[in-house]
Design a protein around this ligand. Structure first.
Ligand code: AMP
Length: 449
């Protein structure tokens, strides 16, 4: 085969139908569990004013400093103005912007929102790290209580259980205190490293000036050795944060949720306060976390809203698919072809178009009337599509008001009355196996992308 002229851009991928079987399964679990817990779906634009990310996530975080995709237009370029927008690298900042913009503080609190969609980060692509990827995101905004954090964690845990990857993951949890605690600790950390900068690897020397907290989850061995004698976060936590954390852990115990207290967990984003947590791969740890989240009690105020607490979580869908595959989980799907309708002659073809519509309306997955090929090659096609049954309508059958029904696996066929074709197929497939939806489903259970 010749090389295709165009390929997906580096770090992006096509989600092919086989992968959609997993994605659909995951989305279904997310929607189901979210609804059970009172969450409602929100979609925010894929790009937003870039200041939302810079201010919210933090200018000196990797996500903003190195990984933001800027969006500009020909007009702006012509005016030599810098980019106004950026593709969302995550959901939280946009959802908080939306909460303020739509006056959601007027709604009963907390407001529980969830989103599913693409995020973009201009990272160096590697396994499990893409430039365009999917997240599901859940946010609880407007009320603060450890029971809210615990319930959010429980909902996420249930999603991981539903898709059968919970056993492969470990919940790490920490409390990083209030914004004031963070400032005090950051100063202490900077003081501690005065005179020791030379011993730090270059990347962490930079972080010391831009975002010292990131040193805590540094992967550099030299940094970790130095940190052993550094002041710890715990020494700077106020009593309220300590009590909050203690109660949260008690609630997790009550809900039988296992966790690892991890004082090194800081998460890379500036907006976090107090609770932070991450679901890490049991085998490889932090590097391939499947999802993470935490509290962001100052974020909405930072965006100009009333002081409003919030807690949220984002899970990486590609990494969830990967875990499902590793665990040998087969995503159930409904992509099979039930019936292939083969026809010969213009009259038969017209009849078949009606028949196909009739079958589809009843919830039978039906293909056919695809062209002018011979009956033999249509049968071959039916085989390739792995159709369970074939209905054959030739010139003769049109005249006699009959049709041939062939069971493909058994290799047996029978002539039946044309008018009985649909009911016979339904009988063979079984009513429970029909892909139907009711009006109620259409509004409530809609299969969103
Ligand atoms: P974060 O808030 O950065 O921890 O992201 C939340 C989750 O999104 C991560 O735990 C990953 O599962 C997923 N994720 C983040 N960045 C990427 C990426 N570049 N490619 C694929 N998945 C990602």
């Amino acid at each position: 085969m010749s090389q295709p002229q165009f390929r997906t851009p580096k770090g992006t991928h096509d989600v092919l139908p086989e992968d959609h079987q997993y994605m659909t399964y995951i989305k279904k679990a997310v929607r189901h569990r979210a609804r059970q817990a009172g969450f409602r779906r929100i979609d925010t634009p894929m790009y937003e004013n870039k200041a939302i990310f810079e201010r919210g996530i933090g200018e000196h975080t990797d996500i903003v400093e190195k990984e933001l995709f800027l969006v500009t237009s020909k007009q702006r370029e012509a005016e030599e103005k810098e980019a106004e927008f950026a593709l969302r690298p995550e959901f939280t900042a946009g959802i908080c912007r939306s909460y303020i913009e739509h006056g959601m503080q007027q709604l009963p609190q907390p407001v529980e929102l969830y989103a599913i969609g693409q995020c973009f980060r201009h990272d160096r692509p590697q396994k499990g790290r893409y430039r365009q990827f999917h997240q599901f995101d859940m946010e609880v905004i407007g009320l603060k209580d450890p029971s809210i954090d615990a319930q959010l964690i429980q909902v996420i845990m249930n999603i991981f259980k539903d898709i059968r990857i919970a056993d492969r993951l470990q919940l790490h949890i920490n409390n990083i205190g209030t914004a004031e605690n963070r400032v005090a600790y950051t100063e202490a950390l900077k003081d501690f490293f005065i005179g020791k900068e030379r011993n730090l690897p270059e990347i962490d020397r930079d972080r010391l000036t831009t975002n010292p907290l990131r040193l805590l989850d540094s992967k550099e061995e030299d940094t970790q050795i130095l940190l052993k004698s550094a002041p710890t976060f715990e020494q700077f936590l106020d009593e309220e944060s300590k009590a909050y954390h203690k109660t949260l852990l008690e609630y997790l115990d009550t809900l039988d949720i296992e966790y690892i207290e991890n004082p090194k967990l800081v998460r890379g984003l500036d907006y976090y306060t107090q609770t932070v947590f991450e679901f890490q791969d049991k085998e490889t740890g932090a590097q391939n976390a499947v999802g993470g989240g935490g509290r962001y009690d100052g974020l909405i105020e930072l965006f100009g809203g009333q002081p409003t607490p919030g807690v949220g979580f984002a899970g990486g869908i590609e990494r969830m698919v990967w875990h499902m595959k590793q665990a040998g989980v087969k995503a159930p799907h409904k992509d099979q072809v039930d019936v292939f309708v083969a026809q010969l002659g213009p009259e038969a073809k017209k009849e078949c178009l009606k028949l196909i519509t009739g079958l589809r309306d009843k919830g039978v997955h039906t293909l056919g009337a695809l062209g002018e090929a011979s009956l033999k090659s249509q049968m071959r096609l039916a085989d390739k599509f792995e159709a369970r049954y074939t209905l054959l309508l030739g010139k003769m059958e049109v005249k006699t008001g009959t049709i041939i029904l062939r069971d493909m696996a058994a290799g047996k066929q029978q002539e039946i009355k044309y008018k009985d074709a649909i009911s016979k197929v339904i009988e063979l497939l079984g009513k429970d196996n029909l892909d139907t939806y009711t009006i109620r489903d259409r509004f409530v259970e809609v299969d969103e992308d």
